[in-house]
Design a protein. Structure first.
Length: 443
């Protein structure tokens, strides 16, 4: 990878949704700040398959930045994802592995376009010796794209999906989780399942992502495609942010659907905020993440920046907290992953015991779902989201994972309803609906 990257600011503004369709190649990405975003950054670009990144993340590589922050936090490096199962095995837990699915997929990136939604400026990034050619290419894309109307192709929902378990079986597994909690084997367990679409023909990942973001936009959306594989996500949960030696995580635990009007929406928010079960679930994961971050942070630096705050999205309200710490000198990304991944919000607490119990109950791989995706900069900064509310594509097959946190106070029927709610939008974007017995659970 080149040691230096040049940045050039283009004249005017263009939405990444218009420009992304012009990206050539088999290995492309779109990291998205959301529909009509007024803050944050989006990136589109292409790369080449690469090994997993492992830069020092203590802030000491800041000299790799081309200039102070006006070009955005990502200065070139890697874009990709890491799945759940391999991480669980490395953490010492039993894990089912899917031989047809890689543990991780990363692209090495040195040519991309960065969109600053706050200032509405567009930056072109490329190696010094390729900037003139790449900037001219992006200018041509912008000219062609500016005359095109925004287009989201509606899904037909004519594809059939298969559930890994029935709603009744999932409810029984919730009771098994409660039994494990009663025995003292865990405090909280994130029980998941899968909905698959097989032999779907030619899946267009970009069209699917356009539909997903139109229905369920998020500040950490993304499309990463490499050959026949693709990850399509409208994730609302930031797993890890690394910036100048500070690490931050924002676990989500606690979900309610959106209301049909303002009054019912307000009632659902109050119910979420005041739920003893949801509050306990969130606080337990906050404690777990504090413990995880302490393994790689300076003593006394780990703090809870916010606790039990509501974030609202098109389909759901979520209860979110944020924990941060100051990374110790010399720590690498692999060490941060060893300390924190898989994320506590997708395992439960205590983490290793929770993963062991869940492996026995789920009895199948999670695959890419419940992992993380995003960018890692060659300067050691990174922004990685949880792989939830996502679609994993492999050729003509695709799947959607969904789950929820189980505590002693969980109601099995409510947990079934939550899984159906979370899976419906990604399946709809794919052109499928929930299987019939699951469909009945979405009111």
């Amino acid at each position: 990878m080149p040691e230096t990257t040049s940045f050039r600011c283009l004249d005017g503004w263009i939405d990444p949704a218009k420009l992304v369709g012009d990206l050539p190649g088999e290995h492309v990405f779109w990291l998205d700040a959301g529909v009509d975003a007024v803050s944050g950054w989006s990136w589109i670009g292409s790369g080449e398959p690469a090994c997993a990144p492992d830069p020092v993340v203590d802030g000491s590589l800041g000299a790799a930045r081309p200039r102070a922050g006006d070009v955005g936090p990502f200065v070139g490096g890697w874009v990709g994802w890491a799945g759940y199962d391999g991480a669980a095995a490395r953490a010492g837990a039993p894990a089912e592995r899917d031989a047809a699915e890689p543990d991780a997929l990363w692209l090495r990136v040195d040519r991309f376009v960065a969109f600053d939604h706050t200032t509405r400026r567009v930056w072109v990034a490329a190696p010094d010796d390729a900037m003139v050619e790449f900037a001219a290419q992006v200018d041509a894309w912008c000219t062609a794209a500016s005359s095109r109307a925004d287009e989201v192709i509606a899904g037909t929902r004519d594809l059939a999906s298969e559930a890994r378990v029935t709603p009744e079986r999932y409810a029984a597994l919730v009771e098994d989780c409660r039994d494990a909690i009663r025995r003292g084997d865990a405090y909280q367990l994130c029980l998941t399942t899968r909905f698959s679409v097989r032999d779907a023909g030619q899946i267009d990942p970009l069209a699917v992502f356009r539909r997903l973001r139109a229905a369920s936009s998020s500040h950490h959306g993304g499309l990463i495609r490499s050959g026949p594989r693709a990850l399509i996500s409208a994730s609302p949960e930031r797993f890890l942010g690394l910036s100048a030696g500070t690490v931050i995580t924002s676990p989500i635990k606690g979900t309610r659907p959106r209301g049909v009007d303002a009054a019912s929406d307000d009632r659902l928010v109050r119910d979420l905020v005041n739920s003893p079960k949801e509050r306990a679930e969130n606080v337990m994961i906050v404690d777990l993440m504090r413990n995880d971050l302490q393994r790689v942070s300076e003593p006394g630096s780990v703090v809870v920046e916010r606790l039990l705050e509501v974030e609202s999205y098109p389909a759901v309200h979520q209860l979110v907290s944020t924990v941060s710490g100051a990374i110790r000198r010399g720590v690498r990304l692999s060490q941060v992953f060893d300390a924190t991944f898989p994320a506590g919000s997708m395992t439960g607490a205590p983490k290793r015991s929770a993963m062991t119990i869940l492996n026995r109950l789920e009895h199948a791989p999670r695959g890419t779902y419940a992992g993380c995706f995003g960018w890692v900069g060659r300067d050691g900064d990174a922004d990685l989201a949880m792989i939830i509310r996502s679609i994993v594509v492999n050729g003509a097959d695709a799947y959607v994972g969904a789950g929820g946190g189980i505590t002693w106070g969980s109601d099995p029927e409510a947990e079934v309803d939550e899984v159906a709610l979370k899976a419906r939008a990604p399946l709809g974007a794919l052109g499928a609906d929930l299987p019939p017995r699951w469909r009945e659970r979405v009111r």
